[in-house]
Design a protein around this ligand. Structure first.
Ligand code: ADP
Ligand code: MG
Length: 600
């Protein structure tokens, strides 16, 4: 007897579900895509408990006849492709014919649909892939799909689900992503009966972009002049290089209406921004790319969020050129802005006002890897040494630290001046000392915040500032609110994903607060509380310190430098910025003399 057997259909559907349905957000993605393929203009997504207990999606699309509804839940049943060649010119979001049977195999599933031709609509009840009931119902034209108790029969997959808020965050991001590419469709998202977000139909795609990216950056968006080259067309928006993110979350790539991740396009975007971003920063952009259907392979990934371009180089060139063109145009004194090409809302060249300077200047002194030329000696008494151009820490033992401390490392330094507006040059009796002013001030502010030094020194904003973040960011931010309070940052939920900042720590009184809150929210979304609340708060404090600190290229008076050195002296760790990078370099007289070959 043969050992090999064809799997029963229910089992093969469950296996397919493993690929297609990773989490509740994947169900939402597949069902919303189906609604869009059915020409819907109104899609309502209702979710309970982050999609664990209920996902209910209704649309006003073309619906299905009784027979089609029964076919739709069969594996490999699709109305979107019929022949081999169709697979290579796909104009719809779906085509694999897998989603409905996969989802139905791992949930309690109901489909209600009416194509407007029959008098009655059709309802099919399925549990774990088994049809329980087929009935006639009265229903308007369109389709309603209800998915309950997702993964009830795949307990391991259910265990992998994250918290309700995390799953809901993924759902909200998914809908926002899709909504970007379909501005004329109205999407409503509800969670546990409450409205999360209503993306109203927009006649100008720019309105939808502003709606998804947040109203805050509206005036910092530059429209890409639509490009059309060899069948490829590109349009979209890029944000000013001053408005950046610390992750790629602000990059949206829509290819033929499908939101995808794509390395080629992302690389080209960075190339378009070349020379305008600091290391580690990500631009914000929304790119709509249309290519002939036979020049893109969408059948690369079961969840259909990756694609392959037939001519990647061509796309790369178009994107890079269009992005740099939009930014160059924006650099002109009267720059094109979000709504009107010739509006004056955006003024270029206010870079020095913006936060996001690197926490430690990149322009560290040059060290030759070979130890020759300008190489600095690695002296034992130094707290740093340099090997292959990389700082090595010679951490003193705790006993030594006490001795060092008593020696007065900073308070007694004599200030020589500032180098390049960025480094403080000082001397002690036997050392030349270079201090990174931004990193040093960051350290001081970080410790002050950490020791609640600014408690009571918060500054009330004359006009409270409202700030929008994404759904998942909002949840994390909310958890931190009581802890922010202790630092002097008074921030409150303001409904939906909006927060209102009422007071800021005094050290931030002279800075814009919005970019800091957005960076904190992003940082939290990126790292979460994986390594505990204290680490998460430390990350927030170090961002606050970074935003509040004096910048590179900022002239300081001798008095200000002296004050900085005295404050550094008070620090628990006066040698590193909060990110762990060195904030000072010391050369002993002896080592300098050796370098100048005065002694051997
Ligand atoms: P695919 O989208 O890849 O074709 P699905 O399993 O997602 O596969 O859907 C199967 C078929 O069911 C679709 O091809 C379509 O004909 C029909 N269908 C699914 N959802 C809807 C909907 N909301 N409105 C109308 N038809 C739908
Ligand atoms: Mg589908």
């Amino acid at each position: 007897m043969s050992k090999i057997k064809i799997l029963p259909e229910i089992l093969s559907n469950k296996i397919a579900a493993g690929e297609v349905v990773e989490r509740p957000a994947s169900v939402v993605k597949e069902l919303v895509e189906n609604s869009l393929d059915a020409n819907s203009t109104r899609i309502i997504i209702e979710v309970e408990k982050g999609g664990r207990s209920l996902i209910r999606i209704s649309d006003n699309g073309i619906g299905m006849s009784h027979d089609d509804a029964l076919l739709a839940i069969e594996r490999y049943a699709t109305s979107k492709i019929y022949t081999d060649s169709d697979l290579f010119s796909i104009n719809t979001l779906g085509f694999r014919g897998e989603a409905l049977p996969s989802i139905a195999s791992v949930s309690c599933f109901v489909i209600e649909t009416n194509d407007g031709n029959d008098e009655a609509g059709t309802r099919i009840d399925i549990k774990g892939g088994i049809i329980k009931k087929v009935s006639e119902i009265g229903a308007p034209r369109g389709t309603l799909i209800i998915v309950q108790h997702l993964f009830f029969n795949t307990p391991v997959r259910r265990k992998f689900l994250k918290t309700i808020n995390t799953e809901m965050g993924h759902i909200a991001d998914t809908v926002a992503n899709i909504a970007l590419g379909w501005p004329d469709v109205r999407f409503s998202l509800l969670h546990n009966g409450k409205k999360v977000k209503d993306w109203v139909a927009a006649s100008d795609p720019g309105d939808r972009v502003a709606d998804v990216l947040g109203k805050d950056i509206r005036n910092n968006l530059h429209r890409i002049v639509p490009h059309r080259t060899g069948g490829v067309s590109l349009s979209g928006w890029v944000a000013s290089p001053q408005v950046t993110r610390s992750t790629s979350r602000g990059i949206y790539i829509c290819v033929n209406g499908r939101c995808v991740r794509d390395r080629t396009v992302q690389h080209a975007l960075f190339e378009g921004f070349a020379g305008r971003l600091m290391k580690g920063q990500f631009p914000m952009a929304v790119l709509f790319i249309n290519v002939p259907a036979d020049e893109v392979d969408v059948n690369v990934h079961p969840r259909k969020n990756e694609i392959r371009f037939l001519e990647g180089n061509k796309i790369h060139g178009v994107v890079a050129e269009a992005v740099s063109g939009a930014l160059n145009l924006a650099d002109r004194p009267v720059s094109p802005c979000f709504q009107e090409q010739d509006s004056e809302q955006h003024t270029a060249g206010k870079q020095d006002q913006e936060p996001g300077q690197p926490c430690v200047s990149e322009s560290a002194p040059h060290f030759s890897a070979s130890g020759k030329g300008h190489a600095l000696p690695s002296e034992k008494e130094s707290s740093q040494s340099v090997k292959n151009g990389i700082f090595q820490e010679n951490r003193p033992s705790p006993a030594e630290q006490t001795t060092l401390w008593k020696k007065k490392q900073f308070g007694d330094l004599r200030v020589i001046g500032q180098f390049s507006g960025t480094y403080i040059l000082c001397e002690s009796e036997k050392e030349l000392v270079l201090i990174d002013q931004h990193a040093a001030h960051e350290r001081i502010l970080f410790e002050q915040l950490k020791n609640r030094g600014s408690k009571g020194t918060s500054q009330r904003l004359l006009i409270p500032e409202t700030i929008d973040v994404s759904y998942s960011e909002a949840n994390l931010l909310e958890k931190l609110i009581p802890h922010f309070q202790e630092t002097g940052l008074e921030i409150e939920p303001f409904g939906g994903n909006t927060f209102v900042v009422k007071s800021v720590p005094a050290i931030l009184g002279h800075r814009e607060i919005r970019p800091l809150i957005i960076e904190i929210a992003e940082k939290m979304a990126e790292t979460g509380f994986n390594s505990g609340l204290e680490d998460a708060m430390d990350a927030c404090l170090s961002l606050m310190a970074c935003h509040g600190a004096i910048r590179a290229n900022q002239q300081l008076s001798d008095e200000q430098i002296k004050q900085l050195l005295n404050q550094l002296e008070e620090c628990e760790n006066p040698f590193h910025c909060p990110h762990g990078r060195p904030l000072q370099i010391r050369w002993s007289l002896q080592s300098l003399e050796k370098s100048f070959k005065r002694i051997v």
